[in-house]
Design a protein. Sequence first.
Length: 273
Amino acid sequence: MLPVDPAHEHCRALETALAAFREQHAARVTSWGEQLAAALAGDARLLAAGNGGSAAQAQHLTAELVGRYRSERRPYSAIALHADTSAVTAIGNDYGFGSLYARQVAAHGRPGDVLLLLSTSGRSENLTCAAAAGREAGLRVWALTGPAPNPLARRADEALCVEADTTATVQEAHLVAVHLLCEAFDVAQDAQHALPRDVRELVRDAEQAADAGADTGPAPARTGRSPGSGGEPLPVGESVSAGESPGASGRRSRAPGRAGEAVRAADPGGPAR
């Protein structure tokens, strides 16, 4: 009998880390899922990267989005940057390992895309360089890391930093975060498609009438890419006011607009959207 049971100690450490994760980060990972659903529904894409086990988890996430997590749904654009072995070996050979992901982000990233970087230490040079390249290109940069502070968390727009004593525990908590992100994504994309067909057609007709100049008031909200740096589509009935900056969170001000009025007229007892 070992003096210390390693299985017991490992599980105890994971339980402690997950309890802290649930308390500190559950709301953030849900918000990421909602934002990601809005971005990808508006034809943005997810770029993901990591090293070693974190690369495997990045590819796990992209596979869930291109395939499916639980229920049947359309595929979404998500790319694991380490998976292109020819590009990885060429860039590593010609430019060095530190440029491995930054060069791919510069090639593939577009304003409004999301870049998710996973690192148990938060100190990998190729990921911190990728974060800098992503922000320069107008991508939304998120980081899943180990304990803060760390360089990757500082370079990202938002970071979820797992407090744990070992790399293994951090990585296991990151897998939980990936699954929670997928669950929040699926719930959010289901909500986006929850309007019945006749209501969607009513909204479309109202927007077309407004475009034709039928409404002399303020321009109605349109579903599509917003003018902000986040690039996520605006929900029905939401708009950006003149002179207002949407900010890093991507939240917009609420304005009813003709489309929003159409939804309420068709479903006066339904929930506010």
